[in-house]
Design a protein around this ligand. Sequence first.
Ligand code: IFM
Length: 459
Amino acid sequence: MTALPILPAGFRFGASTASYQIEGAVDEDGRGPSIWDTFTREPGRIRNGDTGDVAIDHYHRVEGDLDLLAELGIHDYRFSIAWSRILPQGTGAVEPRGLAFYDRLVDGLLARGIRPVPTLYHWDLPQALEDRGGWLSRDTAEALGDYVGVVVERLGDRVRDWITLNEMSVQTLYGYALTDHAPGRGLGFGALPAAHHQLLAHGHAVARLREAGAERVGVAQQHFPVVPASESMDDLVAAGTFQAITNWLFADPILAGRYPEELRPLIPLDDAQLAADLELISAPLDFYGVNYYEPMLVEAPREGTDYAGAAEVDLPEGLPFALLPYPSEERTDFGWAIAPGQLTAILRELRERYPNLPPVVITEGGASFHDGPGPDGAVHDARRIAYLDAHLRAVADAVAAGVDVRGYYTWSAFDNFEWAAGNDERFGLVYVDYATQERIRKDSFAWYRDVITAQPSDR
Ligand code: IFM
């Protein structure tokens, strides 16, 4: 493998995590329950019945974990704030012990020379808000704005970079349209209000952050490149529809102030209200976060074909598109296609679609490989190194093609609770033994550190 660096001076390397996936301590210091506490307690929802009750116990091991991040040498650490630690009921009384935890985390990062990049919402909606309608209710968008106001008042003197929401498309699709993620509603197209209200929440969050003088504000969006299974008109139309639902439904309102035309009739708002909402939603951003994992292969459903289990997302029958596994010689241990060229492709597509695209940060990229400690006690994860190397080169290709990409954050710093897949899927640069909570640096940890060290800095 040729040595990196291949990215422009000042390019920022980071690592990402999220509160419910690492913190544990779900009943401590006044934290209120979130939809994931409820969901993980429902039988059959999560592989092996795993939960985030303890996860990697980061809440209690924060100092040691921060030392590991410092050793890794990352410029930026993206973590998320658990809404129900700050406002246990989602609105109303503030829990000072929750704020104190993130205060310590931010101070600990700054003391180690790492820039904190908090995500304000990464799927762990307070259960009290779900009980009042969750993301189907417009009030939840306003409640998020108020919560953001509380957080920025406390941390805004030290935090300069903020991410509003994580992957609203995934929460809408898996949590509201299907039943794979919390809250597991299974509403099909009835999930669309959840999309609009998360977008609106993003708009409220940006407004609150701007009022408080935040320097850099962005959002983290999952972008699945959508590839038609053939050049036939039917497949092109099917892929276009799926593309609109997974990508443009969430990116167009933010980056272009409109909904994709074909989806507008499904948004139950009159024109005046929609225009006002879109104005808020499309307030300019300082960066646009792209989370990239794999492409989707889409075709027009063929009569008599059973698509159940064909791709990793099982869609209900009767839709105008069907998902197939993306053809790839290499797959992660989670079964996801490894296709770095598709990262370059989606970045170029974003730049072409949005003339006002702000600088991009890859806010997540990584792979689950199940490697564990060998006889020598070390974790030799050569496949993760190859994966990251290829994806960094794909980013460099996008930069060479004129896309302004400013950073890459790997998912994830540590192995963690992978939602419906539980603890088996391991995305970390640091291996975590869930029985003992021992942390073991994987080979990719040293590799990433060396890449960062070799990167010309303009800091
Ligand atoms: O673990 C998740 C993360 O929470 C959101 N983006 C995708 C990751 C891997 O599935």
